[in-house]
Design a protein around this ligand. Structure first.
Ligand code: MLT
Ligand code: MN
Ligand code: ZN
Length: 305
């Protein structure tokens, strides 16, 4: 294939869950290693960029670290003398701070389109701070389930529901943590004869998701926690992974088990929390996920499925 022929490229802009690695106020085992620059790579909050021509890029999520991520990614720098950006569109999988707050970093009147479900766009729409990203310049486009759309020429997407919960900042009273609706979605990408699935938050694997993964060349999947109770055991918090709407990697019904049959799909963990020991190079947990056939995303990773 000549370099000029269209092919799908995915750049990992950020690979961490909320808080990043290290987290600003954390001295847990993983963060301590990251602070000291030993065995743990620093990571920004999750998002990837996709392109088929290397010129025009689509973002899957806009993390609160987006400005820093653009600075670190030459493909996303402006070209020419005036105002310009290779970023033409953004797709949001939910309205969490670490998925959507980066829109605020794009408020300099750059024409682009913002795609999401009605629920996600409503959540953002109800928060007036996001009005600084002028709808006249950066229109918001509602995407319905089962409808393929093409945010950039040559990149076709479909959103579908996967189990999750409302964003942390919208939680009220009793929270349903594996709701299947418009709140948490997976992105199925089809471009240049390749299929990629992006699911940075997922409470458990449904039959629908499993079938999509079986058909994909590459998968980016929720790698938030290794063990469901790791925040509690390490004295970092009171919530289980389940309560946060994230399926843990290990344990019965965990992601390693649930997706074991997809050995022929390139499987990459993303949205990895700073409590997760797979981030420690040389750890037994890292060895375990690698032995199960998974890769661990890092900032700057490039995937050409
Ligand atoms: C999550 O993935 O559970 C949320 O992003 C939490 C957060 O906003 O920090
Ligand atoms: Mn998150
Ligand atoms: Zn930490």
């Amino acid at each position: 294939m000549s370099p000029a022929s269209p092919h799908l490229r995915a750049l990992v802009l950020g690979s961490a869950a909320g808080g990043g690695v290290p987290q600003w106020n954390c001295g847990c085992r993983v963060c301590r290693l990251a602070w000291s620059g030993t065995r743990v790579k620093p990571r920004t909050q999750a998002g990837i960029a996709l392109s088929v021509d290397g010129e025009n890029w689509l973002l899957l999520n806009a993390s609160i670290d987006l400005r820093q991520q653009i600075l670190a990614t030459p493909a996303l720098h402006p070209r020419g003398a005036g105002r310009h950006s290779p970023i033409g569109a953004i797709v949001l999988t939910n309205a969490e701070v670490d998925s959507a707050a980066g829109l605020l970093a794009l408020r300099e009147r750059q024409p682009l389109q913002i795609f999401g479900t009605q629920a996600t766009l409503d959540a953002i729409g109800a928060n007036r701070m996001f009005d600084v990203v002028d709808r006249a310049v950066a229109p918001r486009r509602v995407v319905r389930f089962g409808e393929q759309f093409e945010p950039l020429p040559g990149i076709k997407l479909e959103l579908f529901a996967i189990p999750g919960k409302v964003p942390l900042w919208l939680e009220e009273g009793e929270v349903s943590t594996d709701e299947i609706g418009e709140g948490t979605v997976c992105v199925a990408v089809e471009a240049a004869s390749r299929r990629l699935v992006y699911a940075p938050a997922c409470a458990h694997v449904t039959d629908d998701l499993d079938a999509r993964i079986a058909n994909a060349d590459a998968l980016f999947f929720d790698g938030t926690l290794f063990a469901d109770d790791e925040l509690i055991v390490n004295g970092l918090g009171e919530k289980t992974g389940r309560r946060m709407g994230h399926s843990a990697l290990s344990g019965p019904g965990g992601t390693l088990e649930a997706l074991a049959r997809h050995a022929n799909v390139r499987r990459i963990l993303i949205h990895i929390n700073n409590s997760n020991p797979i981030l420690i190079e040389g750890s037994p947990e890292e060895a375990k996920v690698k032995a199960a056939g998974w890769e661990i995303a890092f900032d700057g990773m490039e995937v050409a499925p």
